[in-house]
Design a protein around this ligand. Structure first.
Ligand code: KG4
Ligand code: ZN
Length: 336
């Protein structure tokens, strides 16, 4: 362990520009996130070209501000950690280029991390978690169950065959006229609503199937809202949809944890900010006796602190990225 190392994390994989300064693997000196939500809300989703331009405008001022907030100088930075992929290629390119320029200018080593892996490491910001464990990453781009036998080794056990959970939240919210981003809007609308108003299907609900599918429930909401809108209140439809997604995420994670005899389950990704989902997972963790980890909501969505943390562990393992580093839009977990 090198608790005194100062790591600069850079995250630009989607629509949030984020820069963080970490000391060791988990002491956050600063973690700034400049969300582009307002820019993209107008279009009802992320527009890749607009995201790249916004990252370009935001990255340099954010770097300066993150160092200032952390109370460190450029010469104090020991390692630079950056997201290589997966994500939007133009967006990733901005972060990777900034990291390469800084690595060269400051003569400090650079480490490349996978975005899904960095979500898992958001759980390390409150202290190192011992492997083996099962991780669920549920975000706007991914819904993946990963068994981690030892740190930085990943076995993908299950994943979505169509939409990601967050994507389904965003599309259904749009359909119901609840706004963008959809996850927080549905979460809010569902409070105090009747989540049993509609019995929406749960995708791939056969026991033992660790994969997810959210297109069925999404279509079911679409047809119900098109044909039988006057029979329901929007908040009840939103809550019923949320119940279907929560049940799928919880039941498949629990079954997989039992199958792998996992004693620890780590949740991460934007969807884990969902209040109903957090409550449901807390309930089952005591029932099934595994230790549950989930980051505070602000670290569930994209942030650079988790990138710095993942980079720290890769650095400890001796990994370094060269100045020939290139982003990869569809980078797989094991390809780094
Ligand atoms: O991890 P993230 O910030 O970005 C990706 O890597 O995709 O996740 C963003 C996703 C969006 O789809 C958003 O609607 C969803 O996370 N999300 C939520 C909540 N907060 C954010 N979904 C459900 N409930 C929430 N409270
Ligand atoms: Zn993410």
């Amino acid at each position: 362990m090198r608790a005194d190392l100062v790591i600069l994390g850079i995250e630009t994989s989607c629509d949030d520009t984020s820069v963080a300064v970490l000391k060791g693997g988990n002491e956050i000196l600063s973690n700034l996130v400049s969300s582009q939500t307002d820019i993209h809300a107008h279009f009802g989703g992320v527009v890749p070209e607009i995201a790249s331009r916004a990252h370009l405008e935001l990255i340099n001022p954010l770097l300066e501000k993150a160092l200032k907030t952390a109370g460190v100088n450029w010469k104090d930075i020991d390692i630079i950690s950056v997201t290589k992929g997966p994500g939007l290629i133009g967006a990733l390119l901005v972060g990777v280029t900034a990291a390469k320029a800084l690595s060269f200018a400051l003569s400090v080593p650079m480490v490349a991390v996978n975005h899904i892996e960095s979500h898992i490491f958001s759980n390390f910001l409150e202290g190192e978690v011992e492997a083996p464990f099962l991780a669920l990453v549920a975000s706007g781009g991914h819904t993946t169950l990963i068994y981690v036998p030892e740190l930085l080794k990943y076995e993908v056990v299950g994943q979505t065959l169509d939409d990601a959970a967050g994507e389904a939240f965003d599309k259904v919210a749009r359909l119901l006229g609840l706004g963008y981003p959809g996850g927080p809007a549905i979460d809010k609308a569902s409070k105090g609503a009747n989540d049993k108003a509609v019995d929406f299907p749960i995708g791939l609900n056969q026991k033992g199937n660790p994969n997810f599918s959210f297109s069925g429930v999404k279509s079911a909401v679409y047809y119900l809202w098109r044909d039988r809108r006057i029979e329901y209140e929007v908040k009840d439809v939103a809550a019923s949809f949320q119940r279907s997604v929560v049940e799928a995420l919880v039941s498949k994670t629990v079954n997989t944890a039992l199958q792998f005899e996992a004693k620890r389950v780590l949740l991460s990704g934007g969807v884990i900010a969902n209040s109903r989902l957090r409550k449901a997972f807390s309930d089952v963790s005591s029932e099934f006796g595994f230790e549950l980890f989930m980051p505070p909501a602000e670290f569930c969505t994209d942030n650079a602190a988790m990138v710095a943390s993942a980079g720290y562990y890769r650095w400890l393992k001796g990994e370094r990225a060269g100045l020939d580093l290139n982003p990869e839009a569809d980078l797989r977990l094991r390809e780094l």
